[in-house]
Each structure stands twice: as C-alpha cells, then as structure tokens.
Design a protein around this ligand. Structure first.
Ligand code: GLC
Length: 441
C-alpha cells in the first residue's frame, strides 16, 4: 500500500463532497455542471462506500429525469449554469411527448444503473432490500425501453444514435460517420475549451456534427421510430451493449431476491438473445476481439478500442475466447504495448494512425474503462493482469490527482505534472475508492 493512500482516500472523498449539489453530484465543476447519467452510476458506487444515503439520493435524482416511456436521459438540468454548451434550450426535451417536466437532454448514455444498484446492495452492511425494491421497476422499465425501441431487428442488440450516447464521445470510430455527414456550419458557443486545453478536446467541426444530430432529433420530436429509420448515426456499440447486458444480469440477481418472477423471465429472454447475438455479430474472428456495427450502412467498423475488452465485464466471451483475446492484445502487447512503453489501458488502439495519447477518447487512459476491464479480468480469473491494471490506475490517480483522463505513455508521464481534461473529476475519485475495496458485482 502506498503510504499516502489514507490521504488520497480523504482527497477522493473531498472531491465527491465538493461536487455534491445536495441531491446529486456533478462530474466536474465548470466543465460538466449538471447531472450526467453514467457518471452518476459510477459516483453512486463511490458514495455507497462513504454514505449510503447519498448513493440512494444520487440514483433517485437520476430517476427524476426518467421519461414516461422508460428512457433515461444523458443530462438532467436540475440546476442552472452557463458554463456548459449545449444546455437545456438546445436539447429542448419538451418536444418529446414522453418527456417529464424536468428539462433534460433527449439522448441517453450507457445503462449502468442495473449493476450500480447491485454494487450498492453488495456494499451495504445490512443487505436490506428496501431501496432495491423502491427503484427496481424503474430500472427494469429502462431496459424494456431499450429492447422495444432501440432494437429494430429484434437481435437483442440495441443501437445508439449519437456519439454522446456512447460515453466514448470522441473515439476515432465516429470519424467514419462524420466523413459522410454534411452538417451545417453552426456558430458554436462552446464552453468546454474555456475550461480545458482545446488541443485535448474535439474540434469545432466535430461539434457541428454533434449539434446537427440533436437538431435532427428535435425535428423528429425525439421519435424513436423516425430516428431508427433516418438517423445517419445508428451504431451497435460493444461498450454500450455490454453495460446493458451486465445490468440485465444484475437485475436478474436482484429480481430473484425480490421475487419478481415475470420480470426476471423477461430479462432472461433478453439476456440469452443479447449474449448470443453479441458474440455472433460483434466478435471479429480475424481481429480476435469485439468491434462496432453500423446499422445505417450495414457494415462493421473494425476498430479496436478499450471498449473491445469491456465484454469481459459481463461474461460475454467464452473462457477460450477471452484467453485468446487477452493473450494477443495484452500478454503479447498488441494493444498494451511493451511493458516500459504504455500504462494500461489506452482508450484507443495505440498502433493505429488515429491514436492520439492526449486527445479525449482517442488514446488517453480513462478510469471508468480501467475499472470495467479490471473487474472483467477478475471475472475470468486473470488476476495478474487485473493487478497490473489496478496498479497503473492507482499510480496515475495517486501521482497526479483525480483528473478526467491521463496520458498512457510512461516516458511522457515522467515529465508531466498533471492529468488531462477536468480536475477533481467525480468518477475518477469514486472509482478510486471502489477499486481499493473488493466490491463484488
Ligand atoms: C465527457 C465524457 C462522458 C461523460 C461526460 C461527463 O463528455 O466523454 O463519457 O459522461 O464527460 O463527465
């Protein structure tokens, strides 16, 4: 144990405390001043170790934004702030007949809530089911929303229709979509580049594409059928579907404890189909790992990113597939580089010409992806590599602080004094606390 760990844990708690808004936690002051969907999930796990009531409030606040059809938005505008673009006026959620009165965005984010709920339950000392029982149906309804509205072919794989839905907002994979998109050259009132170094952030042209998609959704009043028919961005993403599958699994476990027979039966059906299709459709035999599928253009997007390894977390590959994948990409260094070169785990293929170790999702290490892959490796009994990821994760957080993302190059890290993006970033702090414990999910 690093002898400074107790101080670091206190600092991590202080980050969460500072970002707590009396009901929910913002991801990062200035840069992300509202409640974000999957951030809140990871943050709730952190709170569960410190103050279970806050974990519950975090989740309750997120569910306040749930639409009547089960959809959970990616941003909830409980509060006002002029430090972020695009705000509630641009998203205009009231255009959807399903929206609730709380202003939100009209796009979603990776559905982590199911497994977050199980993690909180496992962390709780009394293992009391009251809270699980309070929110179970809402989370179930969210899964119902996905399988009935986002799976046009009935494959058990759901699509995302915006890069912000992926969570991995700026991965080079989306360049394939932007290439063919003739988005208007909107005047942008960007705020992110006022908070952090513009060279770490997406370009203006990319932001115009992001806004263009939102404008289309508004024109279609956020109607899912129209989006499925016409949206130029329609992707079956391995990370997003892994989160849903992992959350299915947790809801099945919790549903059994609650005696929710009918819902468990339905979840099991979704789960079986989802896992089977995932392995059939998203596993690229030649690459030996998972890739993306572009439903709009009926083609695979054969890129390897950290999302390619997320399926370990939900037990999707067979042990044999998992061993081969890990051996090739991590033991042989195809993704992880040689031992002195890279810290685990880059967010995009370091051998690709698109790899950029500084820019948002195009290479840097992200703590939530490390946490997902770490838990995935443990699930498959790959303790040694899991320990390396844990060690690398603790290293950057303890050396630099709770930044949003980090440079993976070991040589460069020696000369740096900080991480990249926002500082005092909530999920980096929350997952630091969790990774030091042995939460089982
Ligand atoms: C960035 C990340 C996204 C996250 C958000 C708030 O946009 O790409 O995954 O949810 O920040 O932290």
């Amino acid at each position: 144990m690093d002898q400074n760990q107790p101080t670091k844990i206190a600092q991590a708690k202080a980050v969460l405390e500072k970002n707590w808004q009396g009901g929910f936690t913002i991801p990062c002051e200035g840069l992300y001043p509202f409640q974000w969907n999957w951030d809140s999930g990871f943050i709730a796990i952190g709170w569960a170790h410190i103050d279970m009531e806050r974990a519950k409030q975090e989740i309750r606040s997120l569910l306040m934004g749930q639409w009547k059809n089960g959809f959970i938005p990616h941003i909830l505008f409980h509060n006002e702030s002029d430090t972020y673009f695009p705000g509630p006026d641009v998203h205009a959620s009231h255009l959807s007949p399903h929206a609730v009165s709380l202003p939100t965005s009209g796009i979603t984010q990776p559905p982590v809530l199911g497994f977050v709920l199980e993690a909180c339950y496992n962390i709780s000392e009394d293992q009391e089911l009251g809270f699980v029982s309070e929110v179970f149906d809402s989370v179930y309804n969210n899964h119902h929303y996905f399988y009935t509205n986002r799976d046009p072919k009935g494959e058990g794989l759901v699509y995302i229709c915006h890069n912000w839905e992926a969570g991995t907002d700026n991965t080079p994979v989306w360049d394939e979509i932007w290439k063919n998109l003739d988005s208007p050259e909107y005047e942008l009132n960007r705020r992110d580049t006022q908070h952090v170094d513009a060279s770490n952030r997406p370009s203006n042209r990319e932001y115009q594409h992001y806004i263009h998609l939102i404008e289309l959704f508004k024109e279609w009043k956020y109607n899912d059928a129209l989006i499925a028919e016409q949206c130029p961005f329609l992707i079956q993403d391995p990370l997003f579907n892994t989160m849903l599958i992992k959350s299915n699994e947790s809801l099945i476990n919790l549903g059994n404890l609650l005696g929710k027979k009918k819902q468990v039966e339905q979840l099991e059906k979704w789960q079986m189909l989802a896992k089977e299709s995932f392995n059939q459709k998203l596993f690229n035999e030649e690459l030996g790992t998972y890739v993306y599928y572009d439903l709009r253009n009926e083609r695979h997007l054969n890129y390897v990113s950290s999302s390619s390894f997320a399926p370990l977390f939900a037990g999707i590959p067979t042990l044999e597939m998992a061993k081969k994948m890990v051996d090739w990409y991590f033991e042989k260094g195809t993704f992880s580089g040689n031992k002195d070169e890279l810290l685990l785990c880059a967010s995009f293929d370091p051998k690709s010409s698109h790899f950029d170790p500084k820019r948002y999702w195009r290479g840097p290490v992200w703590i939530n992806l490390n946490w997902i892959i770490y838990r995935g490796l443990l699930r498959y009994g790959m303790e040694e590599l899991a320990e390396t990821i844990k060690k690398d994760t603790l290293h950057v957080l303890e050396k630099f602080g709770f930044y949003e993302y980090f440079d993976p190059r070991k040589e460069v890290l020696k000369t740096l004094e900080k991480g990249y993006g926002g500082n005092n970033f909530s999920w980096s702090a929350a997952l630091y606390i969790d990774i030091l414990k042995n939460t089982t999910i």
